[in-house]
Design a protein around this ligand. Structure first.
Ligand code: XMP
Length: 530
């Protein structure tokens, strides 16, 4: 195991992911965790992440007492990155001071000592004098190394860029090898983990699956039943499929058609659930129930609340019916919680990262009934999204399903602006959206886009169709690229593509005479219009 101690850098998750990409299992815990929670994991290597603090700040986060002794006694390798390097420096008797020149962004560093090409050195696989571009982001710098440490690379400004103390197995990088802006960063991590630390690449998704199945089987009693709300998204589908493989039909899934789904969505996902994955799913058509409650509601937050509330009622009924049928309450609830949600639950103080770890209900708006005494099964809680997709592939979830664009829990309610029940807004939107998405797929662009969809605007404009003036709706097309949905850029289609799509929409969807494209990034906009 490679353990990452998190000191609040925005890149910490990336370190964990990069190491897993090398088929090495890695976990991330708060950098201020008690010693026992570190020793319990028996790591072979510990990486101290970067962070936004100065090591001289009054409450600068640090590893627990006894950490250095534990490392020494157990021969554990340590790599400090940025703040992590500075922490090692001050804790072992060196000096860190405010840098004369701060270094942010792309910088060149030079190998000043490759230890004579000995591969046990951080840059042993590179020539002395070798230069590479790296991504720096620091105000403080190492001014004096602790005893036994050597500088192995310097920045073009002369600052310490990499250090090592081979005897004590301490290594440090002032830059961020985990980001793509450090093009040789992966090579350095690979060299560190395989050649220096002697780690073997043995973390495979098949093992993850088998291990997780064993855990589920060991956790549940022989008569325990489990419920799961399927949203039609990747996470809940993969989680349910895994649990189904572990306990068979003691899993009971529900899929709710709230009337806010895309064109043929219910048929499509139910087909995958039943025919392809053989999941035991109850499909509830609650269109009337949702739409009657949403009638006349204009405020987007109110829409979300209503949708959350109705979902809870339906879920509650489902659980009660199941209890009557089984003669006992279901004991567990499956959630598709992912690793980033878990890491975010315990960021170090001052990191500025989100602290909320609320139970992720499939619509993210309501939460589940408080009096429901269900225990949670979260079989994906150690995985990142791309790993969930890899697991889904092994579990035979169709590739096309695994690559679907994200779809918000409140569905088309956030894509029809204003009253969703007004006229035939939902039907119009479904048809426009289908034409847009199908055209994107036909053009082979679907996988290069994070998310694409249409938005129904509650306004009409004048047009001329045939020989007649029309007064019809305006629809907007939105397509964005993004890594995680937190920031996004608009997708630049070729004009010919847009021309074809706009023509197709106006010619085949009655009630639409104008198509516009959203060309704002996030920020300042959001991805959805709400
Ligand atoms: P915004 O519009 O905030 O959206 O830029 C960022 C990403 O989150 C999705 N989204 C949701 N996903 N439940 C979800 O599961 C929701 O309530 C929800 N609201 C927005 C949105 O589609 C985009 O991918």
């Amino acid at each position: 195991l490679v353990l990452i101690l998190d000191y609040g850098s925005q890149y910490t998750h990336l370190i964990t992911r990069r190491i897993r990409q090398l088929s090495i299992f890695s976990l991330c815990v708060s950098g201020t965790s008690p010693l026992k929670s570190i020793t319990d994991l028996s790591p072979r290597v510990i990486i101290l992440s970067g962070g936004p603090h100065s090591v001289h700040a009054p409450n600068a986060p640090s590893f627990p007492d006894g950490f250095i002794e534990y490392i020494g006694k157990n021969g554990i390798y340590v790599l400090g990155i940025c703040y992590g390097l500075q922490l090692i420096t001050v804790k072992l008797g060196g000096v860190v001071r405010v840098g004369e020149k701060q270094e942010y962004g792309r910088m060149e560093i030079e190998v000043v000592n490759n230890g004579g090409g000995d591969v046990k050195g951080l840059f042993g696989n590179r020539e002395k004098g070798d230069k590479q571009v790296v991504w720096m982001s620091h105000g403080d710098e190492v001014a004096q190394l602790p005893d036994g440490f050597e500088v192995v690379a310097r920045s073009q400004q002369g600052a310490v860029a990499a250090v090592e103390n081979r005897a004590r197995r301490f290594y440090g990088l002032q830059y961020h090898p985990e980001v793509t802006h450090s093009p040789q960063g992966m090579e350095t991590l690979r060299h560190f983990l395989f050649d220096i630390c002697g780690i073997t690449a043995d973390w495979k998704m098949e093992d993850v699956m088998n291990e997780e199945i064993k855990v589920i089987q060991g956790t549940l009693g022989p008569d325990d039943h489990v419920i799961c709300a399927l949203s039609g998204g990747v996470d809940s589908t993969v989680a349910a499929t895994l649990v189904h493989k572990a306990i068979g039909d003691r899993l009971h899934c529900i899929f709710v058609d709230n009337g806010l789904l895309r064109y043929k969505e219910r048929e499509r996902v139910m087909d995958t659930f039943e025919k392809h994955l053989h999941l035991p799913v109850t499909c509830v058509d609650a269109t009337e129930q949702f739409l009657s409650k949403l009638k006349g509601v204009m405020d987007p937050e109110m829409k979300r609340k209503i949708i959350g509330r109705e979902f809870i009622c339906i879920f509650d009924e489902f659980a009660q019916e199941l209890e009557q049928k089984l003669g006992k309450e279901p004991a567990y609830l499956v959630q598709g919680t992912l690793y980033p949600d878990v890491i975010e639950s315990c960021p170090p103080p001052g990191s500025g990262r989100n602290h909320s770890h609320t139970i992720k209900s499939h619509h993210n708006v309501g939460g589940l009934p408080k009096d429901m005494k269900l225990k949670l099964i979260e079989p994906l809680k150690l995985l990142f999204k791309d790993e969930v997709r890899a697991l889904g592939k092994i579990l035979n979830v169709p590739e096309g399903f695994l690559k679907r664009h994200p779809f918000p829990g409140p569905g088309l309610a956030v894509r029809v602006l204003g009253d969703v029940t007004e006229g035939n807004a939902l039907d119009i939107l479904r048809m426009v959206d289908e034409i847009f998405i199908q055209s994107i797929k036909d053009a082979g662009l679907y996988d290069s886009i994070w998310q694409a969809f249409a938005v129904f605007l509650p306004i009409k404009s004048v047009g001329v169709q045939g020989d007649q003036r029309t007064h019809s709706h305006v629809v907007a097309l939105r397509a964005v690229t993004s890594q995680d949905g937190m920031t996004a850029d608009w997708y630049n289609f070729e004009h010919k593509f847009l021309d074809d799509v706009a023509r197709k929409i106006c010619n085949s969807v009655r009630g639409v005479n104008r198509v516009v494209q959203d060309i704002t990034s996030k920020p300042p906009s959001t991805i959805e219009w709400e």
